[in-house]
Design a protein around this ligand. Structure first.
Ligand code: HGY
Ligand code: MN
Ligand code: MN
Length: 416
């Protein structure tokens, strides 16, 4: 395909300006973003994204999880579309690029095809998946999970945030509850551009990560119960300190992950201490654990060991412990054909690249269960992400979007 030469490239200035424009919505306190899912800020970001899609001549469809699908027509309206996108929602102390680069890189792809009047046989659909982060409403990748049939729609609607607000009510309140059945759309393939959120590409001086696999994860929610009592007058032997239980279990999580190096990670992320008073021994603590590994056996062994040993810690300290699963997906192997399209694109464009396993979860991990899927990664500074200081270079963003453009256009089949 002649036109798929290295002359087919995105407009880097326009992509960068678009990223900076979106970054103004839901600003954080340290230069990043706090645009959590189905908040007013998320709604504002959606309106801006829709405005840009309208200007690009795309047809917008929205499903019952609020996911946004902006369609560029192909020459064959019946051909299965190639979907490309990521997420616009962020962590509370999120960066400007996690997810956003994937949505706006896909928009730039379409803008470039419009500029060059390039036609493809298959339609191309730019996608913004709702609630990828799972920080306000667990689990992560909620909308793509419903789309992939991993969660029921009503179960997703009932997910509650720390204030007891329901996801479905909040989606309706911000005005982005769509009418399409979730999962009704069929795809030829799905591609997602994402920052690596790890140090490998930058450390090795590589422009592109060709994502062959993704880590699996277990999210556990742990409730430790003891007895509230006075921090001053309660003798040490009489205490039933739920906070101490959490501390010992936190050490256990770390030790379990360290025992499976280098193929494992584990930490706690969220915790609520009750009554959270400086002179009351915590009677209850609720905290979350995030175990991940690219290796299924290791992943499941970490969960099993914690489930076996946490009750022993509790018993020693006169506590009780309850463990429930709040998120899970198995390790992912992306589609070899789509992965090859990414690798060929990087070669054709002369970008240095290496195969890589995604440390983070992505919507692509769920969509890969239904349709051929692959990811493109670009480096990020110090591998830092889920931090307002998250940073990428314009050159990295452009390289990633160029490779995404070629992989998608090759799959959507250019019409000469
Ligand atoms: O948790 C994750 O890996 C993703 O950032 N939601
Ligand atoms: Mn992300
Ligand atoms: Mn993220």
């Amino acid at each position: 395909m002649a036109i798929l030469g290295d002359n087919l490239k995105i407009n880097g200035d326009r992509l960068w300006d678009t990223l900076m424009e979106m970054a103004k919505i839901g600003p954080g306190v340290a230069g990043g973003n706090n645009r959590q899912t189905v908040t007013d800020e998320d709604g504002e970001g959606r309106h801006l994204f829709k405005k840009w899609c309208d200007e690009a001549g795309l047809t917008m469809g929205i499903d019952k999880m609020g996911t946004m699908f902006a369609r560029r027509e192909g020459t064959d309206p019946d051909a299965l579309p190639v979907y490309v996108g990521s997420h616009l929602d962020t962590q509370p102390t999120g960066g400007k690029y996690d997810g956003v680069l994937g949505v706006l890189g896909a928009l730039e792809l379409v803008r470039t095809l419009n500029d060059l009047d390039v036609k493809t046989k298959h339609p191309i659909v730019v996608t913004n998946w709702t609630n990828e982060e799972g920080t306000r409403f667990a689990p992560a990748m909620l909308a793509s999970g419903v789309f992939a049939g991993m969660h029921e729609l009503d179960w997703a609607y009932d997910r509650t945030d720390a204030k007891g607000l329901k996801f479905g009510d909040e989606l309706k309140r911000i005005g982005w509850l769509g009418d399409e059945e979730v999962g009704a759309r069929k795809m030829k393939a799905f591609f997602e551009l994402h920052i690596e959120q790890g140090p490998i590409l930058e450390a090795e001086g590589k422009d592109i990560g060709v994502v062959t696999h993704g880590q699996g994860l277990w999210w556990l929610q742990v409730t430790v119960t003891g007895k509230e009592s006075h921090t001053g007058s309660t003798p040490m032997p009489m205490r039933r300190n739920a906070g101490l239980g959490m501390a010992r279990m936190t050490e256990l999580v770390h030790e379990i992950a360290m025992s499976h190096q280098p193929q494992a990670v584990g930490a706690i992320g969220h915790c609520d201490v009750y009554p959270n008073s400086r002179n009351v021994i915590p009677g209850k603590v609720v905290f979350t654990i995030d175990f991940r590994s690219p290796n299924q056996e290791i992943l499941d062994a970490m969960k099993a060991r914690f489930e076996a040993e946490a009750p022993k810690i509790a018993e020693e300290l006169g506590l009780t412990v309850d463990i429930e699963v709040s998120g899970h997906f198995d390790p992912v192997t992306f589609d070899p054909g789509c992965v090859a399209a990414v690798r060929n694109a990087a070669d054709r464009l002369g970008y240095s690249h290496r195969d890589i396993v995604s440390g983070a979860g992505h919507d692509a991990c769920w969509i890969n269960r239904l349709y051929p899927t692959a990811m493109v990664m670009c480096p990020c500074v110090d591998g830092l992400s889920h931090n307002e200081a998250e940073e990428i270079s314009k050159e990295w963003a452009v390289a990633g979007a160029d490779v995404l453009l070629h992989a998608v256009v090759e799959t959507a089949e250019i019409v000469e």
